[in-house]
Each structure stands twice: as C-alpha cells, then as structure tokens.
Design a protein around this ligand. Structure first.
Ligand SMILES: NC(=O)c1ccc[n+]([C@@H]2O[C@H](COP(=O)([O-])OP(=O)(O)OC[C@H]3O[C@@H](n4cnc5c(N)ncnc54)[C@H](OP(=O)(O)O)[C@@H]3O)[C@@H](O)[C@H]2O)c1
Length: 235
C-alpha cells in the first residue's frame, strides 16, 4: 500500500503490529514463557485484528514459545491470512504445531544458514525464500508478499526482536497495544523492542488513534507518524 512518491521503494503491505504489554513494559513472562497474560477479551481482539489482515507474521522464537497455529479459530467463510515466519538461522523445528495444522499457506523467509535437512523437511509444507545475505531483508520480504501473494495488510505479532527490526527499518505503520494490569520486573525481560539493549537508530513517532478501556485492560491503537511531527508532540 505504501509506495513513497518519487522513490525506488517497492510496493509493500501496510504493516500493523499487535502486542500485549504489562504496566512496566514487558511482553513476556520469566524465561520467555508464552505470552499468555492478557484476558480472553484481548485474545478475541487479537483474532479480530488477524482476521482483518492478509498475512500474519512472527519471529521464530515467538512461533516456538507460543506454540502458535497462526490461524483464525472459529471463523469461517473468509480466506484466512497467509502465515509468514522469519528466521535468520533457519533453525525452525518441523515438528512445530503450525506445520501440522491445516490453514493458510505458510511462507518462510530465511537465509542460506537454514540447515539443508530443515529445508527438505519444510519444503512440502511451506514456500521458502532464501535470502543471500546473513540476515533476511525485511523490505524485500514485504515486497515479495505484496507482489507474489497479494498481501496488502500484514500484522506482525512479535516478538520484540522482530518488531525492533521493523521499527529500525522504518517499516511499521501502526501499533495495537493492550496495556495489561500487571508488573513483571526482570532486568532482561523482553520489551516491545526485545531484550533491553541499544537505542533504535531513530525514534519511531506515534500518534494515539484509539483507546478503549475493557475491564482492567486498555486497548490502544497508534499510527506511526512520518514526516512532520504533530505540533502537540514536537519538542
Ligand atoms: N506480549 C505479546 O504480545 C507477545 C507477542 C509476541 C511474542 N511475545 C513473547 O516474546 C518472546 C519472544 O520474543 P523475542 O523477541 O525473543 O523473539 P522473536 O522476535 O519472536 O523471535 C526472534 C527470532 O526471530 C527471528 N527474527 C527476528 N527478527 C528477524 C529479522 N529481522 N530477520 C530475520 N529473522 C528475524 C530470529 O530467528 P533466528 O534466531 O532463527 O534467526 C530471531 O532470533 C516470547 O516469550 C513470546 O511469548 C509476546
């Protein structure tokens, strides 16, 4: 959806992201256990956001930790979103639930580091794109999703490491955040941009678009602001 006027940027999908976050900014419990700390209502919201997209994308660790199927439970009559996985190492267990659950086509973006055995095991169940560089080129991956699969709207469901890459490459357009009534602490607990580390090369400016209280949770939606920063947030 977003071709930058006058640039060589390829056409790419609109990229939204969806996360649940604690009051102290954590996205995961101790030891990276599944992010199962938000309410049932938030889970329903996640499915709704997913269903409104043409593709759902996750990083390899979230896929494993959350044993995801990346599908739309209980929703019929609509093409489910493409299931997209990214991994630089290509070390993705073919035994993962997603590969054994009927649903939309699975697409994997990885590099030459993907073990030959893994590639052979996953080729029958997924389209695999091998990037020649040591890391997946997310811009190129998005362009492929748009051109080859017709993806116009994509939701990134984590984890933080992957969202950090999207933000660093300025490929994020929108963020859904559910603020949860919990405090986890944990100096090394993952945040929205992964395990606390370096600052992003450039900050991502957001504008609050929606905010709904639901019990003790708060559902928010933010638009990424590019170009001129609105006066009320300018410093
Ligand atoms: N609260 C929430 O809403 C929420 C949402 C999602 C996840 N989580 C939690 O967050 C934790 C996982 O987050 P995480 O940050 O550790 O992991 P992650 O982002 O899910 O996965 C990291 C892995 O994904 C691959 N990856 C990430 N960015 C990539 C890029 N730009 N190009 C290619 N591959 C890339 C790499 O795989 P390789 O190492 O194979 O190269 C990387 O090690 C889990 O505990 C999960 O439950 C919470």
């Amino acid at each position: 959806m977003s071709r930058l006027a006058g640039s060589e940027m390829p056409l790419r999908p609109f990229v939204t992201a969806n996360f649940a976050i604690t009051a102290d900014g954590r996205i995961s419990t101790r030891n990276f256990t599944p992010s199962d700390f938000s309410s049932k209502r938030d889970k329903r919201r996640l499915v709704k956001i997913r269903a409104a997209c043409d593709a759902v994308l996750v990083g390899a660790r979230t896929l494993g930790a959350d044993t995801m199927t990346m599908g739309i439970p209980g929703v019929r009559g609509k093409n489910p979103p493409l299931r997209v996985i990214v991994s630089n190492s290509g070390r993705i267990a073919p035994t993962l639930r997603v590969f054994h659950t009927l649903g939309a086509q699975i697409v994997i973006f990885t590099t030459k580091k993907m073990p030959v055995k893994t590639r052979a095991a996953l080729a029958p169940v997924a389209d695999i794109f091998i990037h020649p560089k040591p890391a997946v080129d997310l811009s190129l991956a998005l362009a492929i999703l748009r051109a080859d699969y017709g993806v116009k709207r994509l939701v990134c469901e984590g984890g933080g490491t992957l969202l950090r890459s999207f933000a660093a490459a300025d490929l994020l357009d929108e963020l859904h955040l559910t603020l949860c009534p919990l405090v986890f602490g944990g100096a090394t607990a993952p945040t929205l941009t992964g395990v606390p580390g370096k600052f992003l090369p450039k900050r991502t400016q957001l504008r609050l678009v929606e905010m709904t209280r639901a019990g003790d949770e708060c559902f928010t939606r933010w638009a990424v602001v590019r170009g001129k920063v609105p006066a009320r947030t300018a410093k």
